[in-house]
Structure formats: structure tokens, C-alpha cells
Ligand binder design. Structure first.
Ligand code: C2E
Ligand code: SIN
Ligand code: SIN
Ligand code: FE
Ligand code: FE
Length: 375
């Protein structure tokens, strides 16, 4: 396939990176039929982790939710440092069977692999893994071709990450202007991200959500209440119960948020934001109850997108277990009981609640790490 076709596949095709990678893979198979799998793992320098992000597999199952520390893999650390590629002509004889992931590759029947580190302006973005059912599939010619595709994949990822970062950054700046007055501190935002990711990871295999969706929920959850920027202090910070009129104004934070996101994503000019629908759905629908009693639209059941259900449960859990000017702190146990009754009443997603209930240890870790009271 001409590279220009590949370029347009990755930059303009399907609306998600996963979809675009699958398109690219489809075309690649016509030229290089032995490349059975392409996967990308993204690197997060803050905690030194690599996470599977996008995946395209011709046969067998894609590995999802895979995460490990870069420093735990000596060979990948070497590649990251030197920028060199790695060819394994015969996986069975080359890898240590102790490595979980190697075991998975072998079980899927992959015989050879080609690994390429990718960079964005000099810092490690992650790795692209190509795997083949054939041993010795990655000849020097194939390697040369694939390296070209890697630069496309890396451009496409940086493009998307850059767009997301720009968006998150402009929202952060907008928020900082109002930060001092707001009880919703950085800690609350971080907890929202962490709880939402925990829930997303739990429901992902059951609902077939991709890693890409999980990571976007993680990135976008803290922005759910962005519209509160437009709510006056006397309401937002009121120590007691809101009057009906005040409540009405408060509820408008959802529509205000929607307008804000529309303005930011529309004004970026060239800023293309794939998967901005995930952000929009979170902002728009995080107060929609599954029984139709929520606001602003009164959506019901399947019309409430999963990303909004996830954030709704994370939001309620954090609102209950943290301090608000209008309420005191609930215990974790009481908050979970409350969520379970909301699930039983058909208001919030039961699976999302189950995600919290069955991961108490992780909840406690998050609460401890991002506590409002610990300076
Ligand atoms: P928030 O503080 O982030 O609360 C988010 C959501 O957590 C609430 O959405 C509600 O679904 C849940 N929640 C909070 N407290 C309780 C509780 O005691 N019991 C139960 N079952 N759920 C609770 P909601 O109700 O749509 O409120 C949206 C926002 O409106 C709140 O965000 C908060 O900023 C404001 N708000 C709500 N009620 C009051 C109030 O009585 N006084 C003041 N000053 N603000 C309020
Ligand atoms: C690894 O080498 O650890 C990962 C290989 C892959 O995902 O294909
Ligand atoms: C944000 O701007 O990051 C969230 C806004 C808020 O929680 O008030
Ligand atoms: Fe809200
Ligand atoms: Fe909230």
C-alpha cells in the first residue's frame, strides 16, 4: 500500500485510534500477510508504567488491560534508551517462560515478533509490537517497511494525545481562574480519575470496552463538572441545603459544561479530537439516572452511555466520602451501602457499584493517597 494511503487511514479514517489501527492492519496484511498482530503500549513517565492502548489482531484474542513497569523489563528498557528495534525470530526459544506476557504470546501461537520504541519530541511515547504466527517473519525488508508504519502510528498517537492534552490544559487553565473559591480541589479531581479508572477497568472485559476507552475515561472523568465554573459562589459554596431556585441554577452546570466543551473543541481550528464523544457524554450525562429520573434530559437505561454511568458512580462515591460545604463525611461502608440501594432502585449502574464494592483495598489506597486532609 502506498504510504499516503496509510497516512490517510491513520489520520482520517475511523473515529477511534483502535479503529484506525485496525484499518491500517487490514491494508498492511495485503502487503505483509504474516503480520498477524499489531499492538501499541503507551508509556507514562510519572509512574514508569507501560499500558496496552491499541490492538489489532487477525486471529485469537487481543490482550487488553495489560500493564507493567518498564523497569521490570530489562530488554524493553534497553530499547527505550537506545531507540533500537528488537527482533525475536523464534519466541519460544528467546523468552523466559516466567514472563506472563511471553506465555500469553506463545499460547496465542505467535512465533516471531518485532518491537519498535516510538518517541514524541525525544521522549518515549511507548512501543509498537508486531507479532507473527510464522517464525522468522521479520526479515530486514519487512522491518524496514514496518518502521515506516511505526512513524505513522506514532504520529497519529501524538496527534491525538496532543489534542487531548491541549484540551485538558485549556480546561485546567479555565479552572484555575476559579480554583480558589472551589471546594473541588485537585485531590477531588485526582480521586475522580482514579475511581473512574478502577470502575472502567472492572467493567471493561464484561462489556467489551477497549483499553483506549478505559484510558479516555480516566483522562476525562475529572472534567465532568467543568460547568460548575459558571455557577455563582453563593450557590456552589452554600453551607446548607439549596432552595428550589438555587437547585435549578445548580443543575444548569451540566448544560454550561456542554457549551464549554463545544466552544473549546470547536475553537481549536485544526484541533481534531477523536473520542471527544467520550468527554462530551461524561459532561452531558453524568447526572442521568438509569430509571429516567435524572437530569437534564431524563435519559433512560441503555441511552445513558457507559462512560457517564462510570463517572456517575465515582462522583456519588466521592461526594459522599469527602467533605462538601453542605454535608459531612460518610464512611466508605455507608457510601457503598447507599450506592447499592441506588443500584437496587434502578438509578445507578449495578456493575459499576460492584466494581467499587469488590475493590475495597484499591479504594482505600486511593483515599489515602489523595486525601483532602493530608497536606
Ligand atoms: P457534588 O457535591 O459533586 O455531588 C455529586 C452527586 O453526588 C450529587 O448530584 C448526588 O447525586 C450525589 N450526592 C451528594 N450528596 C449526597 C447524599 O447525601 N445522598 C445521596 N444519595 N447522594 C448524594 P446532585 O444531587 O445532582 O448534585 C449536583 C451538585 O449540586 C453537587 O455536586 C453539589 O455541588 C450541588 N449540591 C447538591 N445538593 C446541594 C446542597 O444541598 N447544598 C449545596 N450547597 N450544594 C448542593
Ligand atoms: C513484551 O515483549 O513484553 C510485549 C510483547 C507484545 O506485546 O507483543
Ligand atoms: C475541572 O475543571 O477540572 C473540573 C471542574 C470542577 O470540578 O469544578
Ligand atoms: Fe455534576
Ligand atoms: Fe461532581
Amino acid at each position: 500500500m502506498p504510504l499516503s494511503t496509510a497516512t490517510s487511514k491513520l489520520l482520517d479514517g475511523a473515529s477511534t485510534l483502535n479503529g484506525r489501527l485496525a484499518d491500517l492492519h487490514q491494508h498492511l496484511l495485503q502487503v505483509l500477510p504474516d503480520v498477524d498482530r499489531i499492538a501499541c503500549a503507551l508509556y507514562n513517565a510519572n509512574d514508569d508504567t507501560l499500558k496496552t492502548f491499541i490492538n489489532s489482531t487477525r486471529t485469537g484474542e487481543a490482550i487488553e488491560g495489560y500493564e507493567y513497569k518498564l523497569s521490570d523489563s530489562g530488554s524493553l528498557s534497553d530499547l527505550a534508551r537506545t531507540g533500537e528495534f528488537r527482533v525475536l525470530d523464534n519466541i519460544a526459544s528467546a523468552v523466559h517462560a516466567s514472563n506472563m506476557h511471553s506465555k500469553w504470546l506463545l499460547k496465542q501461537g505467535y512465533q516471531s515478533s518485532f518491537t519498535v520504541p516510538i518517541y514524541d519530541q525525544g521522549s518515549l511515547l511507548g512501543f509498537v509490537f508486531f507479532d507473527s504466527m510464522q517464525a522468522f517473519a521479520f526479515t530486514p525488508t519487512v522491518q524496514r517497511d514496518l518502521v515506516l508504519y511505526c512513524s505513522l502510528i506514532s504520529m497519529s498517537i501524538s496527534n491525538e494525545m496532543g489534542a487531548v492534552r491541549t484540551m485538558v490544559e485549556s480546561i485546567r487553565i479555565a479552572r484555575e481562574l476559579t480554583m480558589m473559591r472551589d471546594f473541588e480541589t485537585g485531590k477531588h479531581l485526582e480521586r475522580m480519575a482514579q475511581y473512574s479508572r478502577l470502575i472502567a477497568k472492572y467493567v471493561a472485559p464484561r462489556l467489551h470496552l477497549s483499553d483506549e476507552v478505559v484510558e479516555h475515561v480516566y483522562m476525562f472523568a475529572p472534567l465532568h463538572d467543568i460547568g460548575k465554573i459558571g455557577i455563582p459562589d453563593y450557590i456552589l459554596l452554600k453551607p446548607g441545603k439549596l432552595t428550589q431556585d438555587e437547585q435549578k441554577i445548580m443543575d444548569s452546570h451540566v448544560e454550561l459544561g456542554v457549551k464549554l466543551i463545544e466552544r473549546i473543541s470547536g475553537s481549536g481550528g485544526a484541533t481534531r479530537l477523536p473520542d471527544s464523544s467520550i468527554l462530551m457524554n461524561i459532561v452531558k450525562s453524568h447526572h442521568e439516572a438509569l430509571d429516567g429520573s435524572g437530569y437534564p434530559q431524563g435519559l433512560k437505561g441503555a441511552d445513558v452511555p457507559i462512560e457517564a454511568r462510570i463517572v456517575m458512580v465515582a462522583d456519588i462515591f466521592d461526594a459522599l466520602t469527602a467533605e462538601r460545604p453542605y454535608k459531612s463525611i460518610w464512611s466508605t461502608a455507608d457510601a457503598l451501602t447507599e450506592l447499592q440501594s441506588l443500584a437496587a432502585a434502578g438509578k445507578v449502574d449495578a456493575l459499576c457499584v460492584e466494581a467499587l464494592v469488590s475493590n475495597l483495598d484499591q479504594i482505600l489506597t486511593i483515599q489515602h493517597k489523595y486525601s483532602d486532609t493530608v497536606a
